[in-house]
Write a protein that binds this ligand. Structure first.
Ligand code: SF4
Length: 313
């Protein structure tokens, strides 16, 4: 069974070789409304398991062929942390990965298991999904295995972020009419204030979902981004629905907008009209706006904002 795929190029994570820890079929403890895979009953363990030896043999061959990658990404048709030999697999990857980093894309739920929690501490990068933090919305969007409790998952996510030494990313996927309400965003904001994440990516449905649901527009994502606390490292990750019309911003409006929410060059491309883009470039030349790098992405941020944050720290 082929477990290695890619290299995959991603704006947020660079170039990576993927490892599919459930190559034959979907094995997941969630059955998310937005899943790209067909709906399937949830499971709390894998029934069909690939051997570590098979994965490592394929990975060695792929690493020889693709030397210019940034990461080796553990993923699955389903939830990769359900793979029962994950700890051993990571140890073996560490012996052959050289200067590449390991990354896992997980739905966070198995962090409540102490063994999984400790195993994930070994990775260079972890991306945790957290679509909702209230029981009702969590059940509606992620359709979790009945044994899972969102309060326990949230506690585990916060605890993990406090002890994890690698690069931690959080991702929230917004579904119209479910987690895009003011109440859920506030609840998410309160939890995320306690999570030490390098970057929080917010997105929406970019591919055909398992169930008939709707994503939200780029404009709505942008509004949601401003509802989170300005100190949170929010990044708008979906641009598929970027039909947002370009607007004109004065110098002052540019500074105020960036003060509320730093923007990437891609955001500026969508939101600013031509004259406003030129005004932004002039502000960069005048050193009133700076470009900072945060976890591989560039952001425009007011220079004074940087100074204020420095004074605080
Ligand atoms: S966690 Fe991922 S694989 Fe599992 S149902 Fe949700 S989107 Fe699909």
């Amino acid at each position: 069974m082929k477990t290695i795929f890619g290299p995959v190029h991603s704006r947020r994570f660079g170039v990576s070789l993927g490892i599919d820890l459930s190559p034959s079929h979907k094995q997941c403890n969630f059955d998310c409304l937005y899943c790209e895979l067909a709906p399937a009953a949830t499971v709390d363990h894998q029934e069909t398991v690939v051997s570590v030896e098979e994965i490592i043999t394929e990975l060695k061959t792929a690493l020889k062929e693709h030397q210019n990658i940034d990461e080796i990404t553990l993923t699955a048709n389903g939830e990769p942390t359900l793979y029962p030999h994950l700890d051993q697999l990571i140890d073996e990857i560490d012996t052959i990965k050289g200067d590449k980093e390991t990354l896992i894309l997980t739905n966070s739920a198995t962090l409540v298991d102490k063994e999984v929690f400790n195993t994930l501490l070994k990775l260079d990068q972890v991306k945790l999904s957290l679509d909702a933090v209230t029981p009702d919305i969590f059940k509606k969007i992620d359709r979790p295995h009945p044994d899972l409790n969102i309060d326990e998952v949230v506690d585990a996510v916060i605890a993990f972020s406090k002890v994890y030494k690698g690069k931690l990313f959080v991702e929230i996927l917004f579904v119209r009419g479910l987690n895009d309400t003011e109440e859920e965003i506030k609840a998410l904001n309160d939890v995320l204030a306690d999570v030490n994440a390098l970057r929080i990516d917010i997105g929406t449905i970019d591919r055909p979902p398992a169930y008939p649901i709707e994503g939200i527009s780029y404009g709505e994502l942008h509004t949601i981004a401003t509802q989170f606390d300005a100190s949170l490292p929010i990044n708008i990750a979906s641009r598929v629905h970027a039909e947002f019309s370009q607007s004109s911003y004065t110098d002052e409006e540019i500074i105020n907008t960036l003060d509320k929410r730093p923007l990437t060059p891609e955001d500026v491309e969508i939101l600013f009209d031509k004259e406003s883009k030129n005004r932004l470039l002039a502000l960069v030349e005048e050193k009133k706006v700076k470009i900072i790098e945060r976890a591989k992405l560039e952001f425009y941020i007011p220079a004074e904002n940087i100074q204020r944050k420095r004074k605080k720290s």
